[in-house]
Design a protein around this ligand. Sequence first.
Ligand SMILES: *Cc1c(COP(=O)(O)O)cnc(C)c1O
Length: 373
Amino acid sequence: MSNQLNVPVPAYIKAIAPYVGGRPIAEVAREFGLDEAKIVKLASNENPLGFPASAERAMQKAVADLARYPDGNAHDLKAGLARRFGVPMDWITLGAGSNDILILAAHAFMQPGASAVYAKHSFVVYALATQETGGRAIVVPATADFGHDLPAMLAAIEADTRIVYLANPNNPTGTFLPPAEIDVFLAKVPSNVVVVLDEAYNEYLAPELRFDSTDWVRRFPNLIVSRTFSKAYGLAGLRVGYAIAQPEVTDLLNRIRQPFNVNTLAQAAALAVIDDADFLQRSYEVNRAGYGQLTAAFEKLGLRYVPSYGNFVLVKVGEDAGAGARVNLALLKRGIIVRPVGNYDLPEWLRVSIGLPEENAAFIAALEAVLEG
Ligand SMILES: *Cc1c(COP(=O)(O)O)cnc(C)c1O
Protein backbone atom coordinates (compact mmCIF):
# COMPACT_ATOMS: atom_id res chain seq x y z
CA MET A 1 0.00 0.00 0.00
CA SER A 2 1.25 3.44 -0.86
CA ASN A 3 0.88 6.12 1.76
CA GLN A 4 -0.03 8.66 -0.92
CA LEU A 5 -3.53 9.70 -1.93
CA ASN A 6 -4.58 7.45 -4.76
CA VAL A 7 -8.06 8.82 -5.38
CA PRO A 8 -8.69 10.39 -8.77
CA VAL A 9 -9.23 14.13 -8.36
CA PRO A 10 -10.92 16.19 -11.08
CA ALA A 11 -8.34 18.31 -12.89
CA TYR A 12 -10.48 21.43 -12.29
CA ILE A 13 -10.24 20.90 -8.52
CA LYS A 14 -6.48 20.43 -8.64
CA ALA A 15 -6.15 23.64 -10.64
CA ILE A 16 -7.71 25.79 -7.91
CA ALA A 17 -5.42 28.28 -6.20
CA PRO A 18 -6.86 28.60 -2.67
CA TYR A 19 -8.31 31.93 -1.55
CA VAL A 20 -5.75 34.14 0.19
CA GLY A 21 -7.27 36.55 2.68
CA GLY A 22 -5.88 39.53 4.52
CA ARG A 23 -3.17 38.44 6.96
CA PRO A 24 -4.34 38.01 10.56
CA ILE A 25 -2.90 40.44 13.13
CA ALA A 26 -1.55 37.64 15.36
CA GLU A 27 0.30 36.03 12.44
CA VAL A 28 1.96 39.29 11.39
CA ALA A 29 2.92 40.00 15.02
CA ARG A 30 4.60 36.58 15.30
CA GLU A 31 6.39 36.78 11.98
CA PHE A 32 7.77 40.30 12.35
CA GLY A 33 8.22 40.33 16.13
CA LEU A 34 5.68 43.14 16.62
CA ASP A 35 3.29 44.06 19.41
CA GLU A 36 -0.22 42.95 18.35
CA ALA A 37 -1.78 46.00 19.97
CA LYS A 38 0.20 48.32 17.71
CA ILE A 39 -0.64 46.60 14.43
CA VAL A 40 -3.07 48.35 12.10
CA LYS A 41 -5.05 46.03 9.84
CA LEU A 42 -6.54 47.63 6.75
CA ALA A 43 -6.58 44.47 4.68
CA SER A 44 -10.02 42.85 4.64
CA ASN A 45 -12.52 45.69 4.26
CA GLU A 46 -13.73 45.12 7.80
CA ASN A 47 -15.70 47.72 9.71
CA PRO A 48 -13.28 49.83 11.78
CA LEU A 49 -16.06 50.66 14.25
CA GLY A 50 -16.04 47.03 15.33
CA PHE A 51 -18.99 44.99 16.37
CA PRO A 52 -22.29 46.88 16.89
CA ALA A 53 -23.55 46.93 20.50
CA SER A 54 -27.05 45.98 19.29
CA ALA A 55 -25.63 42.75 17.90
CA GLU A 56 -23.75 41.99 21.08
CA ARG A 57 -26.88 42.31 23.22
CA ALA A 58 -28.83 40.03 20.88
CA MET A 59 -26.07 37.44 20.93
CA GLN A 60 -25.87 37.44 24.68
CA LYS A 61 -29.54 36.45 24.82
CA ALA A 62 -29.09 33.82 22.13
CA VAL A 63 -26.24 32.13 24.01
CA ALA A 64 -28.78 30.38 26.24
CA ASP A 65 -29.90 28.29 23.24
CA LEU A 66 -26.53 27.16 21.97
CA ALA A 67 -27.00 23.48 22.88
CA ARG A 68 -29.75 23.36 20.28
CA TYR A 69 -29.40 23.46 16.52
CA PRO A 70 -30.11 26.82 14.91
CA ASP A 71 -33.47 27.43 13.26
CA GLY A 72 -32.53 25.92 9.89
CA ASN A 73 -35.13 28.08 8.18
CA ALA A 74 -33.99 31.19 10.09
CA HIS A 75 -37.57 32.37 10.31
CA ASP A 76 -37.03 35.52 12.34
CA LEU A 77 -34.06 36.79 10.35
CA LYS A 78 -35.80 36.09 7.04
CA ALA A 79 -38.91 37.84 8.31
CA GLY A 80 -36.77 40.84 9.32
CA LEU A 81 -35.11 41.00 5.90
CA ALA A 82 -38.43 40.53 4.11
CA ARG A 83 -39.87 43.45 6.07
CA ARG A 84 -36.80 45.57 5.45
CA PHE A 85 -36.93 45.03 1.67
CA GLY A 86 -40.67 44.68 1.19
CA VAL A 87 -40.41 41.22 -0.39
CA PRO A 88 -41.98 37.87 0.57
CA MET A 89 -39.94 35.68 2.94
CA ASP A 90 -39.51 33.02 0.29
CA TRP A 91 -37.45 35.47 -1.76
CA ILE A 92 -34.63 35.34 0.80
CA THR A 93 -31.80 32.80 1.02
CA LEU A 94 -29.30 33.04 3.84
CA GLY A 95 -25.63 32.22 3.52
CA ALA A 96 -22.59 31.79 5.74
CA GLY A 97 -21.43 35.16 4.47
CA SER A 98 -22.45 36.25 1.00
CA ASN A 99 -19.47 34.20 -0.18
CA ASP A 100 -21.72 31.21 0.46
CA ILE A 101 -24.39 32.75 -1.80
CA LEU A 102 -21.93 33.27 -4.65
CA ILE A 103 -20.85 29.63 -4.39
CA LEU A 104 -24.41 28.30 -4.00
CA ALA A 105 -25.39 30.07 -7.20
CA ALA A 106 -22.58 28.31 -9.04
CA HIS A 107 -23.53 24.91 -7.60
CA ALA A 108 -27.14 25.42 -8.62
CA PHE A 109 -26.52 26.54 -12.19
CA MET A 110 -23.01 25.60 -13.31
CA GLN A 111 -21.60 22.24 -14.38
CA PRO A 112 -18.65 20.99 -16.41
CA GLY A 113 -19.27 22.22 -19.93
CA ALA A 114 -20.94 25.43 -18.80
CA SER A 115 -19.31 28.85 -18.62
CA ALA A 116 -19.49 31.86 -16.34
CA VAL A 117 -18.83 35.45 -17.36
CA TYR A 118 -17.19 37.98 -15.05
CA ALA A 119 -14.99 41.04 -15.34
CA LYS A 120 -11.22 41.18 -15.05
CA HIS A 121 -10.16 42.58 -11.66
CA SER A 122 -13.49 41.52 -10.13
CA PHE A 123 -13.92 39.62 -6.87
CA VAL A 124 -11.83 36.42 -6.84
CA VAL A 125 -14.65 34.26 -5.49
CA TYR A 126 -16.34 34.33 -8.92
CA ALA A 127 -13.31 32.54 -10.35
CA LEU A 128 -13.29 30.05 -7.47
CA ALA A 129 -17.01 29.33 -7.82
CA THR A 130 -16.58 28.74 -11.55
CA GLN A 131 -13.56 26.49 -11.07
CA GLU A 132 -14.95 24.34 -8.31
CA THR A 133 -18.03 23.51 -10.36
CA GLY A 134 -15.92 22.54 -13.37
CA GLY A 135 -17.06 25.50 -15.42
CA ARG A 136 -15.15 27.59 -17.90
CA ALA A 137 -14.39 31.21 -17.06
CA ILE A 138 -14.98 33.93 -19.61
CA VAL A 139 -13.08 36.89 -18.18
CA VAL A 140 -14.01 40.17 -19.83
CA PRO A 141 -11.39 42.95 -19.97
CA ALA A 142 -12.14 45.92 -17.71
CA THR A 143 -12.74 49.44 -18.97
CA ALA A 144 -9.80 51.87 -18.97
CA ASP A 145 -10.86 53.08 -15.52
CA PHE A 146 -10.97 49.52 -14.09
CA GLY A 147 -14.77 49.17 -14.22
CA HIS A 148 -17.03 46.47 -15.65
CA ASP A 149 -17.53 46.84 -19.41
CA LEU A 150 -21.20 45.85 -19.57
CA PRO A 151 -21.61 45.88 -23.37
CA ALA A 152 -18.51 43.67 -23.67
CA MET A 153 -19.82 41.38 -20.91
CA LEU A 154 -23.10 41.04 -22.74
CA ALA A 155 -21.29 40.24 -25.98
CA ALA A 156 -19.16 37.67 -24.15
CA ILE A 157 -22.14 35.51 -23.18
CA GLU A 158 -22.04 32.23 -25.10
CA ALA A 159 -24.56 29.45 -25.67
CA ASP A 160 -23.17 27.49 -22.70
CA THR A 161 -23.06 30.49 -20.31
CA ARG A 162 -25.13 29.94 -17.18
CA ILE A 163 -24.00 32.74 -14.85
CA VAL A 164 -22.81 36.31 -15.11
CA TYR A 165 -21.28 37.79 -11.97
CA LEU A 166 -21.44 41.56 -11.48
CA ALA A 167 -19.94 43.31 -8.47
CA ASN A 168 -21.37 46.73 -7.69
CA PRO A 169 -19.35 48.37 -6.23
CA ASN A 170 -16.54 46.03 -7.27
CA ASN A 171 -13.78 44.73 -5.02
CA PRO A 172 -10.81 45.36 -5.30
CA THR A 173 -11.23 48.29 -7.68
CA GLY A 174 -14.08 50.14 -5.93
CA THR A 175 -15.74 50.99 -9.24
CA PHE A 176 -19.48 51.60 -9.53
CA LEU A 177 -22.01 50.85 -12.24
CA PRO A 178 -24.83 53.38 -12.52
CA PRO A 179 -28.25 51.73 -12.09
CA ALA A 180 -29.37 52.90 -15.55
CA GLU A 181 -26.57 50.85 -17.13
CA ILE A 182 -27.42 47.77 -15.08
CA ASP A 183 -31.03 48.19 -16.09
CA VAL A 184 -30.16 48.11 -19.79
CA PHE A 185 -27.86 45.14 -19.20
CA LEU A 186 -30.43 43.07 -17.31
CA ALA A 187 -33.01 43.65 -20.00
CA LYS A 188 -30.62 42.30 -22.65
CA VAL A 189 -29.17 39.25 -20.86
CA PRO A 190 -30.73 36.06 -22.30
CA SER A 191 -33.39 34.67 -19.95
CA ASN A 192 -31.54 31.34 -19.69
CA VAL A 193 -28.55 33.00 -17.98
CA VAL A 194 -28.52 33.83 -14.26
CA VAL A 195 -27.14 37.21 -13.23
CA VAL A 196 -25.60 37.37 -9.75
CA LEU A 197 -25.44 41.00 -8.69
CA ASP A 198 -23.03 41.18 -5.76
CA GLU A 199 -23.78 44.25 -3.65
CA ALA A 200 -21.48 43.63 -0.68
CA TYR A 201 -20.69 47.37 -0.45
CA ASN A 202 -24.14 48.75 -1.23
CA GLU A 203 -24.56 50.39 2.17
CA TYR A 204 -21.52 52.61 1.53
CA LEU A 205 -23.09 54.30 -1.49
CA ALA A 206 -23.99 57.97 -1.13
CA PRO A 207 -27.76 58.47 -0.75
CA GLU A 208 -28.08 59.98 -4.23
CA LEU A 209 -26.52 56.86 -5.79
CA ARG A 210 -28.69 54.33 -3.98
CA PHE A 211 -31.36 52.44 -5.85
CA ASP A 212 -33.82 49.66 -5.18
CA SER A 213 -32.34 46.40 -6.45
CA THR A 214 -35.44 44.46 -5.34
CA ASP A 215 -37.28 46.22 -8.14
CA TRP A 216 -35.00 44.38 -10.57
CA VAL A 217 -35.64 41.11 -8.74
CA ARG A 218 -39.35 41.63 -9.33
CA ARG A 219 -38.77 42.18 -13.05
CA PHE A 220 -36.09 39.59 -13.73
CA PRO A 221 -36.66 35.95 -12.63
CA ASN A 222 -33.04 35.16 -13.57
CA LEU A 223 -31.53 37.68 -11.12
CA ILE A 224 -29.92 37.00 -7.73
CA VAL A 225 -29.00 40.02 -5.62
CA SER A 226 -26.38 39.22 -2.98
CA ARG A 227 -25.76 41.29 0.17
CA THR A 228 -23.77 40.84 3.36
CA PHE A 229 -23.62 41.73 7.04
CA SER A 230 -19.81 41.56 6.92
CA LYS A 231 -18.97 45.06 5.78
CA ALA A 232 -21.07 48.10 6.77
CA TYR A 233 -22.92 46.07 9.45
CA GLY A 234 -19.67 45.02 11.12
CA LEU A 235 -20.36 41.28 11.49
CA ALA A 236 -17.58 39.78 9.33
CA GLY A 237 -16.57 37.21 11.95
CA LEU A 238 -20.08 35.82 12.27
CA ARG A 239 -20.43 34.89 8.58
CA VAL A 240 -23.87 35.94 7.46
CA GLY A 241 -25.09 37.18 4.10
CA TYR A 242 -28.22 36.77 2.00
CA ALA A 243 -29.64 36.57 -1.48
CA ILE A 244 -32.82 38.14 -2.77
CA ALA A 245 -34.34 36.35 -5.75
CA GLN A 246 -37.67 35.08 -6.98
CA PRO A 247 -38.94 31.90 -5.26
CA GLU A 248 -37.99 29.47 -8.02
CA VAL A 249 -34.35 30.47 -7.65
CA THR A 250 -34.53 30.63 -3.86
CA ASP A 251 -35.94 27.11 -3.81
CA LEU A 252 -32.96 25.80 -5.80
CA LEU A 253 -30.41 27.55 -3.59
CA ASN A 254 -32.16 26.17 -0.52
CA ARG A 255 -31.89 22.61 -1.78
CA ILE A 256 -28.11 22.72 -1.83
CA ARG A 257 -27.22 24.95 1.09
CA GLN A 258 -26.12 23.26 4.30
CA PRO A 259 -29.18 22.87 6.52
CA PHE A 260 -27.69 24.99 9.31
CA ASN A 261 -25.39 27.25 7.31
CA VAL A 262 -26.10 30.32 9.48
CA ASN A 263 -25.55 29.68 13.16
CA THR A 264 -27.70 30.78 16.08
CA LEU A 265 -25.53 33.72 17.15
CA ALA A 266 -25.19 35.00 13.61
CA GLN A 267 -28.95 34.89 13.09
CA ALA A 268 -29.60 36.80 16.32
CA ALA A 269 -26.94 39.43 15.64
CA ALA A 270 -27.99 40.01 12.04
CA LEU A 271 -31.62 40.43 13.01
CA ALA A 272 -30.63 43.02 15.60
CA VAL A 273 -28.53 45.11 13.23
CA ILE A 274 -31.07 45.28 10.39
CA ASP A 275 -32.76 48.06 12.33
CA ASP A 276 -29.59 49.64 13.74
CA ALA A 277 -29.76 52.68 11.48
CA ASP A 278 -27.43 54.62 13.77
CA PHE A 279 -24.61 52.14 13.42
CA LEU A 280 -25.03 52.03 9.66
CA GLN A 281 -25.02 55.81 9.46
CA ARG A 282 -21.87 56.05 11.58
CA SER A 283 -20.19 53.39 9.41
CA TYR A 284 -21.05 55.43 6.36
CA GLU A 285 -19.76 58.70 7.83
CA VAL A 286 -16.50 57.25 9.16
CA ASN A 287 -15.94 55.73 5.75
CA ARG A 288 -16.57 58.97 3.88
CA ALA A 289 -14.22 60.90 6.15
CA GLY A 290 -11.54 58.20 5.85
CA TYR A 291 -11.86 58.18 2.09
CA GLY A 292 -11.19 61.91 2.05
CA GLN A 293 -8.22 61.47 4.38
CA LEU A 294 -6.60 58.68 2.32
CA THR A 295 -7.18 60.20 -1.10
CA ALA A 296 -5.87 63.61 0.01
CA ALA A 297 -2.68 61.86 1.14
CA PHE A 298 -2.39 59.96 -2.15
CA GLU A 299 -2.75 63.19 -4.06
CA LYS A 300 -0.10 64.87 -1.92
CA LEU A 301 2.23 61.92 -2.56
CA GLY A 302 1.47 62.00 -6.28
CA LEU A 303 0.05 58.47 -6.20
CA ARG A 304 -2.60 57.36 -8.64
CA TYR A 305 -5.73 55.79 -7.11
CA VAL A 306 -9.03 54.49 -8.45
CA PRO A 307 -12.00 56.54 -7.20
CA SER A 308 -13.81 54.15 -4.86
CA TYR A 309 -17.44 53.63 -3.91
CA GLY A 310 -16.62 51.02 -1.28
CA ASN A 311 -14.78 51.01 2.06
CA PHE A 312 -11.32 50.63 0.51
CA VAL A 313 -9.11 52.31 -2.06
CA LEU A 314 -6.87 50.83 -4.74
CA VAL A 315 -3.64 52.81 -4.94
CA LYS A 316 -0.68 52.46 -7.29
CA VAL A 317 2.55 52.35 -5.31
CA GLY A 318 5.09 51.96 -8.12
CA GLU A 319 5.60 51.32 -11.80
CA ASP A 320 7.24 47.88 -11.80
CA ALA A 321 5.55 44.52 -11.28
CA GLY A 322 7.34 44.08 -7.95
CA ALA A 323 6.07 47.32 -6.45
CA GLY A 324 2.94 46.06 -4.69
CA ALA A 325 4.71 43.13 -3.01
CA ARG A 326 7.73 45.26 -2.06
CA VAL A 327 5.78 48.11 -0.50
CA ASN A 328 3.47 45.61 1.20
CA LEU A 329 6.40 43.86 2.87
CA ALA A 330 7.89 47.16 4.01
CA LEU A 331 4.51 48.17 5.47
CA LEU A 332 4.17 44.81 7.25
CA LYS A 333 7.53 45.40 8.93
CA ARG A 334 6.08 48.65 10.25
CA GLY A 335 2.99 46.89 11.54
CA ILE A 336 0.61 47.97 8.79
CA ILE A 337 -1.36 45.23 7.05
CA VAL A 338 -2.89 46.10 3.67
CA ARG A 339 -3.74 43.89 0.70
CA PRO A 340 -1.44 43.16 -2.22
CA VAL A 341 -3.50 42.51 -5.35
CA GLY A 342 -1.07 40.69 -7.65
CA ASN A 343 -3.61 37.86 -7.79
CA TYR A 344 -5.98 40.34 -9.46
CA ASP A 345 -3.32 41.11 -12.05
CA LEU A 346 -2.66 44.45 -10.34
CA PRO A 347 0.92 43.90 -9.13
CA GLU A 348 1.78 47.62 -8.94
CA TRP A 349 -1.18 48.37 -6.68
CA LEU A 350 -2.28 47.86 -3.08
CA ARG A 351 -5.81 47.78 -1.75
CA VAL A 352 -6.21 49.69 1.49
CA SER A 353 -9.32 49.35 3.63
CA ILE A 354 -10.58 52.61 5.10
CA GLY A 355 -10.04 52.66 8.86
CA LEU A 356 -10.50 55.02 11.78
CA PRO A 357 -8.76 58.43 11.44
CA GLU A 358 -5.80 57.32 13.56
CA GLU A 359 -5.43 54.04 11.63
CA ASN A 360 -5.48 55.88 8.30
CA ALA A 361 -2.91 58.33 9.66
CA ALA A 362 -0.62 55.49 10.77
CA PHE A 363 -0.87 53.93 7.32
CA ILE A 364 -0.19 57.23 5.57
CA ALA A 365 2.87 57.93 7.72
CA ALA A 366 4.26 54.44 7.10
CA LEU A 367 3.59 54.67 3.36
CA GLU A 368 5.35 58.02 3.19
CA ALA A 369 8.36 56.63 5.02
CA VAL A 370 8.46 53.51 2.83
CA LEU A 371 8.23 55.44 -0.42
CA GLU A 372 10.93 57.88 0.65
CA GLY A 373 13.23 55.14 1.92
C1 LIG B 1 -16.34 41.02 1.11
C2 LIG B 1 -17.05 40.66 -0.16
C3 LIG B 1 -18.07 39.70 -0.21
C4 LIG B 1 -18.52 38.85 0.86
O1 LIG B 1 -18.07 38.68 2.01
P1 LIG B 1 -18.84 37.78 3.06
O2 LIG B 1 -18.13 38.09 4.30
O3 LIG B 1 -18.70 36.37 2.62
O4 LIG B 1 -20.26 38.23 3.05
C5 LIG B 1 -18.73 39.49 -1.38
N1 LIG B 1 -18.43 40.16 -2.47
C6 LIG B 1 -17.48 41.08 -2.48
C7 LIG B 1 -17.23 41.82 -3.74
C8 LIG B 1 -16.75 41.34 -1.35
O5 LIG B 1 -15.76 42.22 -1.38
